[in-house]
Design a protein around this ligand. Structure first.
Ligand SMILES: C[S@@+](CC[C@H](N)C(=O)[O-])C[C@H]1O[C@@H](n2cnc3c(N)ncnc32)[C@H](O)[C@@H]1O
Length: 254
């Protein structure tokens, strides 16, 4: 497999791939939450919660600097916020599609309430406007697959994490066996059809199964994580391996 990043149909290089991804999410933003819950029969909520629980020790520290990157409409961010104590530093919620991020921002709360909240930041995951070695935890849910360059994404996450900082990547994968066959049928036929009806657009929900097909299998991504300065790399399958959580630590010494 030679995939190095997302390549939506018609894109020729990384810049045009990123532009196509941003435009696609800006277009589907109004229907994104509805479609997500519908197509996953609400199992997505369980995945976000389970991923957030994995990092509850870090999240419980009010001084921990936490980022949810590719946060979209913010449901992963909200799951992370549940584990933050009162007075905690805000979670940085980063996305480059303004229409997605602005929907998330409506959910994130505000400093004035005194409750844990998140700060929306419109930025590209491959060029984060953050100092090096500034974060304790980066989480990304169903966004990493859309990056135009996976290696560059991991390198950028590594840059902004403190040595020993934690990374969690929640992503779809392709299960094997009979479940895999059913899943492939559902993903390739049913998802694009429902997406087309509800969204009124052909492209985005055709792109979804193709992007999952083209995404490196777990071991390949784990190898890439090790090669970009992470250790303790692991993958935990969720729901028969339909999705899974990659975890890693920025190595203490490079
Ligand atoms: C499938 S949505 C996931 C949203 C959310 N994390 C969730 O779990 O529902 C993927 C998000 O990644 C964002 N994204 C993709 N590539 C990005 C990049 N290079 N920089 C910032 N955001 C990006 C898209 O704009 C989109 O909002």
């Amino acid at each position: 497999m030679t995939t190095t990043g997302a390549k939506p149909q018609g894109s020729e290089d990384e810049a045009s791939a990123a532009q196509a991804v941003r435009q696609m999410f800006d277009e589907i933003a109004p229907r994104y939450d509805l479609l997500n819950h519908l197509l996953s029969a609400n199992v997505d909520r369980l995945w976000w919660r389970r991923a957030a629980r994995r990092f509850r020790a870090i999240l419980a520290d009010p001084d921990a600097a936490v980022m949810d990157v590719c946060c979209g409409t913010g449901d992963m961010t909200m799951a992370l916020l549940k584990h933050r104590p009162r007075g905690a530093r805000p979670i940085l919620a980063v996305d480059f599609a303004r229409a997605m991020l602005s929907r998330g921002a409506r959910k994130f709360g505000a400093r004035e309430t005194g409750k844990p909240y998140a700060m929306p930041i419109e930025a590209d995951a491959l060029h984060l406007p953050l100092p090096s070695a500034s974060l304790d935890l980066i989480v990304t849910a169903f966004g990493f697959r859309n990056l135009a360059n996976y290696e560059a994404g991991l390198a950028e996450f590594n840059r902004v994490l403190k040595p020993g900082g934690q990374l969690g990547i929640l992503e779809f994968s392709e299960p094997g066996g009979l479940i895999g066959k059913f899943y492939a049928l559902y993903f390739r036929r049913v998802v694009p059809a429902i997406g087309r009806v509800i969204c009124g657009k052909q492209g985005p929900y055709n792109y979804l199964p193709v992007s999952v097909e083209n995404f490196p299998p777990p071991q390949q991504l784990l190898d890439l994580m090790s090669a970009t300065g992470f250790d303790q790399c692991a993958w935990q399958p969720y729901t028969f391996g339909i999705a899974g959580l990659y975890t890693a630590r920025r190595a203490l010494v490079v």
